[in-house]
Ligand binder design. Structure first.
Ligand code: KIV
Length: 281
């Protein structure tokens, strides 16, 4: 686990504790361990800071921001410039977690050269430590090109949201032989980890056994080396879609609604601001 960046003291002050940043080699070394890897998404400084303080191993600036931040029905319209912008915001909030940024749709599919150049921008301008791209066998040339610049790559197989139109929707992927071929191709190309999205749990376990890199599941059961969720889903902040695999670990959306209603009531009734929030002349 990435150590928390600060620890509250009894008097409320914060000290800089012993910290250690999660690295790509640490991530690889976690393969097969009983303690699973934790990954969550973030798109801005404030949330990144909270996740990093809480000790999440890796933060993914996912192109899920197309849905969660931009209100689109899919991630296809997200641009590289937007990914760089959000990665830069998140990078400022991170001290310990590994920072992985998604390559958005059409930023790596055209040619290996395009994949390399755009990955370089996510690292150089955004501050990412690694990039993630979707696809199996067909993404091997892109991964090999990116690795020539020593930029670590995370793969993503199973339900690959950038293929939503070919797949006919966000559906569970059950083609075992193809998924195994894809996972092995990504590992052999040199990826350091692999997201496995929306596949039956037994198939995800087979994929985990077939590769030496950590598998990070989402909707893929408990038999992966780690788990990733969209933070807004697991906090109950984003309710447009409620996939079966999401567990709500909090209901922050309702907490915000209550706080805002409370604020409106107090302002309307003249109870806020009180003397303690006002200045004297
Ligand atoms: O875009 C994203 O947030 C993702 C994760 C859900 C794996 O790809």
């Amino acid at each position: 686990m990435a150590a928390p960046v600060t620890s509250p003291q009894a008097n409320g002050a914060y000290t800089a504790p012993k910290t250690r940043r999660m690295t790509v080699p640490d991530f690889l070394a976690a393969k097969g361990r009983a303690t699973r890897l934790t990954v969550l998404t973030a798109y801005d400084y404030t949330l990144a800071r909270i996740l990093d303080d809480a000790g999440v191993d890796a933060i993914l600036v996912g192109d899920s921001l197309g849905m969660v931040m931009q209100g689109e029905p899919h991630s296809l319209k997200v641009t590289l410039e937007e990914m760089i912008y959000h990665t830069r915001l998140v990078a400022r909030g991170i001290r310990n977690s590994l920072l992985i940024a998604d390559l958005p749709f059409m930023s790596y599919q055209v040619s290996p050269q395009q994949a390399l150049e755009n990955s370089g921008r996510l690292v150089k301008e955004g501050g990412a430590h690694a990039v993630k791209l979707e696809g199996g066998v067909r993404s091997v040339p892109a991964i090999e090109a990116i690795l020539r610049a020593d930029i670590p790559v995370m793969g993503h197989v199973g339900l690959t949201p950038q293929s939503v139109h070919r797949l006919g929707g966000f559906r569970v992927q059950r083609d075992g032989p193809r998924l195994l071929d894809d996972a092995i191709a990504i590992e052999q190309a040199g990826a350091f980890a692999l997201v496995v999205e929306c596949v039956p749990a037994d198939l995800a376990e087979q994929i985990r056994s077939a590769v030496k890199i950590p598998t990070i599941g989402i909707g893929a059961g408990a038999g992966c080396d780690g788990q990733v969720l969209v933070t807004h889903d697991m906090l109950g902040l984003f309710n447009d879609l409620r996939p079966r695999f999401v567990k709500q670990f909090g209901n922050i959306g309702s907490a915000i609604t209550d706080a805002v209603a409370h604020y409106c009531r107090e302002v309307r009734e003249g109870r806020f601001p009180g003397p303690e929030h006002s200045f004297r002349g």
